[in-house]
Design a protein around this ligand. Structure first.
Ligand SMILES: Cc1ncc(COP(=O)(O)O)c(C=O)c1O
Length: 422
């Protein structure tokens, strides 16, 4: 959709990519060093407000999926907006508690935890979306008050196969038939309240998918409810609300999406179901992805089969790119659109030939020392980064009302070696 402008998808970036949230990119790079991630707290706030507004007038609870970004400063700000937490495991739940979340505002959706970890979650009285009955059996004598199971509704959608988490050949969840047995067991073991969960995939931009998947999900929930005579205190439809990863893709129509979900929910309410149930969503990417950029310095330019720009970052930080084949826009700060007329590949510092951040894109005739900007660096970037090759994690800086604040230092050799026997 060529009609979209830069400012619609990335309003915090200036047209020449030289200012972010009104702060010069060169100033940030000089003050904090590259590579660094800069967060726009305004964009974060706007994303939360838009989501809340879209779901207004429904019994909706928003639980932020910490896996998208666990920087405590970011998570704490999200919690201060009265947003609950979706924790993938014990550590994410503990972080949320440390940052002020109440156990009743946290739901854990873990994968293959040990009995010890599940028990700790249960002792904290955190509701658990068990992946399957076997996980619940590990703590059958000490279940949390609210027990929930992750249903595979039979359809999934994600931007890539690696982030499609329902349908066929996925490791997550159980069939509706197995769910009936699992809830019956949970009741036998003394569960007092019940929830039901699905998470069908990530970065979905099509409202119709949310309409179809929630219709299936609510219908499955009514069948379980009818066959066991249980009521659900929550129906958790997961995250997956997508964002554009380039300048021109239309964003998800969140009002339409929320409208479909609310209508489906109300339809079943009018039939007498879910009267006392909360509707839960677990967005991660939607809240934080486009609220950050990664700023990196050009450290080399060379001619090979292709022309190649080398950066002082790489797949250690941008693992989404080789892992899924994900696309992140890369721009060079300070150049105009008409300068983007030479084809380059962009690579990083990692000693692997998978360390391509992009292939064949139009960029300006840049120079060593110029700053590259990688967009959508808020979600699944910092939280998925590694120290492979002993490459450090980027510094992280929050920008708010014209002020910048360091919220994570660069890792150093010492911090990376912490815990090793030397
Ligand atoms: C259980 C669960 N909930 C929520 C999310 C967040 O998804 P997204 O960032 O697409 O909103 C994920 C992501 O994989 C997930 O696995």
């Amino acid at each position: 959709m060529q009609s979209m402008t830069l400012s619609s998808n990335y309003p915090e970036l200036s047209p020449k990519y030289d200012f972010y949230s009104d702060i010069p990119v060169t100033y940030l790079a000089k003050k904090y060093g590259t590579p660094m991630i800069a967060y726009s707290m305004k964009r974060l706030q706007d994303n939360i407000s838009r989501l809340k507004y879209a779901f207004l007038n429904s019994q909706i609870k928003i639980h932020y999926a910490v896996k998208a970004n666990y920087n405590p400063y970011i998570v704490s700000r999200i919690i201060k907006n009265s947003v609950g937490i979706d924790a993938a495991n014990l550590n994410e739940a503990k972080l949320a508690i440390q940052l002020g979340s109440h156990a009743s505002d946290i739901i854990a959706t873990p994968n293959n935890l040990s009995g010890r970890e599940l028990l700790e979650l249960s002792k904290l009285n955190i509701a658990i979306n068990f992946d399957h009955e076997g996980q619940m059996q590990l703590i059958k004598d000490s279940l949390p008050e609210t027990v929930s199971f992750r249903i595979n509704p039979g359809i999934g959608m994600g931007e890539f196969a690696g982030i499609t988490t329902a349908g066929h050949n996925v490791k997550f969840g159980i069939s509706p038939e197995d769910a009936i047995k699992a809830y019956a067991s949970a009741r036998k073991y003394g569960a007092k309240r019940f929830g039901i969960h699905m998470m069908t995939g990530s970065n979905v931009l099509d409202p119709e998918f949310f309409k179809e998947s929630t219709e299936r999900f609510f219908s499955i929930a009514t069948k379980i409810s009818d066959s066991l005579g249980i009521e659900f205190s929550f129906l958790d439809i997961g995250g997956g609300f997508g964002v554009p990863y380039n300048l021109y893709t239309e964003p998800l129509d969140i009002d339409k999406t929320a409208g479909y979900i609310k209508d489906n929910f109300l339809k079943y309410r009018n039939r007498g179901y879910f009267k006392g149930s909360d509707l839960i969503i677990e967005p991660g990417r939607y809240i934080i992805s486009d609220a950050a950029i990664l700023i990196s310095e050009i450290t080399s330019m060379k001619n090979s089969d292709h022309r190649i720009i080398g950066l002082d970052t790489g797949m250690n930080t941008m693992i989404r790119i080789p892992l899924y084949g994900a696309h992140h826009e890369i721009k060079i700060s300070g150049y105009s659109d008409q300068d983007y007329n030479t084809i380059f590949d962009v690579v990083g510092q990692v000693c692997e030939n998978t360390d391509y951040l992009t292939h064949d894109i139009l960029l300006p005739e840049a120079h060593i020392g110029d700053l590259a900007i990688i967009l959508n660096a808020g979600a699944y970037v910092s939280s998925m980064a590694s120290n492979y090759n002993l490459l450090g994690s980027p510094a992280e800086v929050a920008i708010e009302r014209g002020k910048d604040k360091l919220i994570r230092k660069h890792s150093t050799l010492d911090t990376m070696l912490h815990g090793f026997l030397m």
